[in-house]
Design a protein around this ligand. Structure first.
Ligand SMILES: NC(=O)c1ccc[n+]([C@@H]2O[C@H](COP(=O)([O-])OP(=O)(O)OC[C@H]3O[C@@H](n4cnc5c(N)ncnc54)[C@H](OP(=O)(O)O)[C@@H]3O)[C@@H](O)[C@H]2O)c1
Length: 227
């Protein structure tokens, strides 16, 4: 499977890539031979994180680079992995360089209500839709919302999970499903159009609550799909 990723020869940039979610995306792609750029607001932080990851996974020969978020946005396909409330302000100045590209939102708008994590529904219906509005010339797709970054970023641990991919640009969705299928332990599922992102993102705090109650890192796996 990894050869599917390699043969696509895409370079992946991760905006906000220094957090656990962005690092997990970057190392997973880098481990299957895809060049990945970890972006940050601070170049030195990205370089530090890349040095740490290269040291930690020395045997994996990762194709990782560190850069600013602007450098990450220059990649062929770009994942946005900032906190939800910093995302729109981060991508707006990058709209030009992101035009025409597949931009993947893994953003979940979540807050804490008492002890519980609860979803916040943005005015656009989802953060994926908000990103699509902020980047009208980009091909915005939602994916990776439900993957727990801790175990996903551990290259010695393989997840067994489905990744729901949604968006109105059907070719972009198909491309992301293909890339997901090239990652170990993951199955990409075409979950339909952009409007589906509301339910997909809102499911995340439920998974977090399940994790809290069962002291685990749950992810989802659908039954009844033969692919
Ligand atoms: N953590 C998970 O398990 C997980 C799983 C699936 C999806 N997600 C989603 O993925 C996104 C990232 O999650 P995370 O846990 O990795 O987040 P995080 O650690 O809080 O933030 C990621 C990075 O974003 C940058 N950042 C922080 N505040 C920012 C702001 N106001 N504006 C622009 N950049 C900012 C920081 O990098 P620099 O300081 O280096 O710029 C930080 O390292 C979230 O939207 C989350 O809902 C998370």
């Amino acid at each position: 499977m990894p050869s599917a990723c390699k043969s696509a020869r895409v370079k992946i940039g991760v905006i906000g890539g220094t957090g656990p979610a962005g690092q997990a995306v970057a190392v997973q792609f880098a481990a299957v031979g895809v060049e990945a750029v970890i972006g940050s607001r601070t170049l030195s932080r990205a370089e530090e994180i890349v040095a740490e990851l290269n040291e930690k996974w020395r045997s994996k020969d990762l194709r990782l680079a560190g850069g600013t978020n602007e450098t990450a946005a220059e990649a062929d396909l770009v994942v946005v992995a900032t906190p939800w409330d910093g995302a729109l302000g981060t991508v707006a100045p990058l709209a030009g360089v992101l035009a025409g590209k597949v931009v993947v939102s893994m953003l979940n708008a979540i807050t804490r209500l008492g002890k519980e994590m609860v979803p916040l529904i943005p005015p656009s219906g989802s953060m994926t839709a908000a990103l699509a509005r902020a980047l009208p010339k980009s091909r915005v797709v939602g994916a990776f919302h439900h993957l727990p970054a801790g175990p996903w970023g551990d290259l010695d641990h393989q997840l067994d999970a489905d990744v729901l991919v949604c968006g109105d640009d059907r070719e972009a969705v198909a491309q992301v499903v293909g890339l997901v299928n090239g990652l170990p332990g993951l199955r990409g599922i075409d979950a339909g159009g952009l409007s589906g992102a509301t339910a997909i993102e809102a499911l995340t705090p439920t998974l977090l609550e399940i994790n809290r109650r069962y002291k685990t890192h749950a992810s989802i796996h659908l039954t009844g799909i033969q692919v």
